[in-house]
Design a protein around this ligand. Structure first.
Ligand SMILES: Cc1cc2nc3c(=O)[nH]c(=O)nc-3n(C[C@H](O)[C@H](O)[C@H](O)COP(=O)(O)O)c2cc1C
Length: 185
């Protein structure tokens, strides 16, 4: 029953602070991530875990990206990019490492990493932490992959901002299942 409550009641939060999961808890979280569905067992998902001084490194990468994208960008806007990684004490870069395979196209491998991301969010919730998945222009492009030092076959599908939820409790709206479910019997 607890497992079902975790699925039904998990929410995202953008109000994230310390503490972050311990090393042991992170190992559990990765074990959950690596149980994501994975066609042909290609193991396409990679994770870059960024915290502490690593956040400054990511901050510099984000500002370099902003300058490459718009060489005329003003300092105020650059600062906005620089601040992004500090929205949480831990940022996880979600990477799909695409394996050439006739039966498993790129999209399926990215979907597998997306499933891994949801496994991570659920594991965080089960351990009393929280997170939010963000994408935007810092995902799905070659420039950010290069700046992060990824290989040519690797793609950033998003970022999980992770920490302890310090925000207000979110109300979960009930859904009218008839709007989403067709039953053929
Ligand atoms: C692929 C994907 C990309 C997302 N990108 C963003 C984003 O860039 N910024 C943002 O505020 N929310 C983004 N979201 C939505 C949040 O992660 C979250 O799902 C939403 O705030 C709803 O919160 P809930 O999980 O509590 O229902 C994204 C969600 C997904 C699945």
């Amino acid at each position: 029953m607890e497992a079902i409550r975790n699925l039904i009641e998990r929410t995202s939060s953008s109000h994230l602070a310390l503490p972050i999961p311990s090393r042991e808890e992170m190992n559990t979280i990765y074990a959950a991530a690596l149980r994501a569905p994975d066609h042909k067992g290609l193991k396409p998902s990679r994770f870059i875990e960024v915290s502490g001084d690593g956040l400054e490194k990511l901050s510099n990468i984000f500002s370099s990206f902003a300058k490459i994208k718009n060489p005329d960008i003003d300092q105020t806007k650059i600062e906005r990019y620089k601040k992004m990684p500090y929205r949480a004490p831990l940022v996880m870069v979600l990477v799909s490492s695409i394996v050439e395979n006739k039966k498993v196209p790129e999209i399926e491998q990215m979907m597998s990493t997306a499933c891994a991301a949801q496994c991570i969010l659920l594991a965080l919730n089960a351990l009393n932490y929280s997170g939010i998945w963000r994408t935007g222009e810092l995902s799905f492009n070659k420039e950010i992959s290069k700046l992060l030092g990824l290989d040519d076959n690797e793609c950033v599908i998003g970022y999980l901002y992770i920490g302890t939820d310090t925000g207000p409790v979110k109300n979960i709206e009930g859904n009218n299942l008839q709007d989403f479910v067709s039953i053929w019997d």
